[in-house]
Design a protein around this ligand. Sequence first.
Ligand code: IPE
Ligand code: IPE
Ligand code: MG
Length: 248
Amino acid sequence: MAFLKPKQAPVPQVDFERLPRHVAIIMDGNGRWAKKRGLPRTAGHAAGAETFRTIATYCKDIGLEYLTVYAFSTENWKRPAEEVSAIMGLLKKYLLEAIGRMERDRVKMKFFGDLTPLPRELRELCERTEEIAKHYDGVQVNICLNYGGRDEIIRACKAFAAACAAGETAPGFLDEAAFGQYLFSAGVPDPDLIIRPSGEVRISNFLLWQSAYAEFYFTDVLWPDFSKDELHRALAAYQSRSRRFGGV
Ligand code: IPE
Ligand code: IPE
Ligand code: MG
């Protein structure tokens, strides 16, 4: 069956000298992409993984410093077991390939989220990937895996309380910068631009603390169809905004 492509807006010019430092993406719409084609949802996840490869490589090519992607949320465990295990399988496949290519690709990978409930093999692969990535620079790609913004904030509170109990710090020393050091994103600047494809206009528990002053870009394009052109649209929209951070 042929699919009619929706009319696309022209691709605007992007000023590559004024890129955001940090772009974050909620990679959504894989299931609907598959459904439209009469395919199982897992085929949508496989297509989404391809898109991620393309976009991550392109972000490195244009010199972006940080890319953070939402791959699996703390809420996504509610999905059927077969779908969850297919997603875990795709992540494993991706990481096995990525480890081999890290030196050539100069992509520094990190994981945000609690990796303990993941299948052991995948968890070990994540840890190995992070260990190897320490030796490389280039774009830093943060993969949010079993990640929830609320979970991250609770964990940070517990870690800070534990540090207080151990006499390492005290409540009076807590400020925004100090709190940030207890988050998965410690050391990473806040996202400048958050992109959500798939037509949903919500945050779905993504980077709740870090998104305080992020610019948002929503598009109806489903993640497997997301392209460099769509990224250009998002970047151009970002560049057209006036960021005031509460000032004038
Ligand atoms: C995003 O695509 C991938 C994950 C959440 C793991 P979805 O699977 O949510 O796709 P839709 O929203 O059902 O189309
Ligand atoms: C957000 O997408 C999570 C990821 C993309 C990993 P969801 O599909 O889980 O979000 P909701 O359920 O539409 O809010
Ligand atoms: Mg979804």
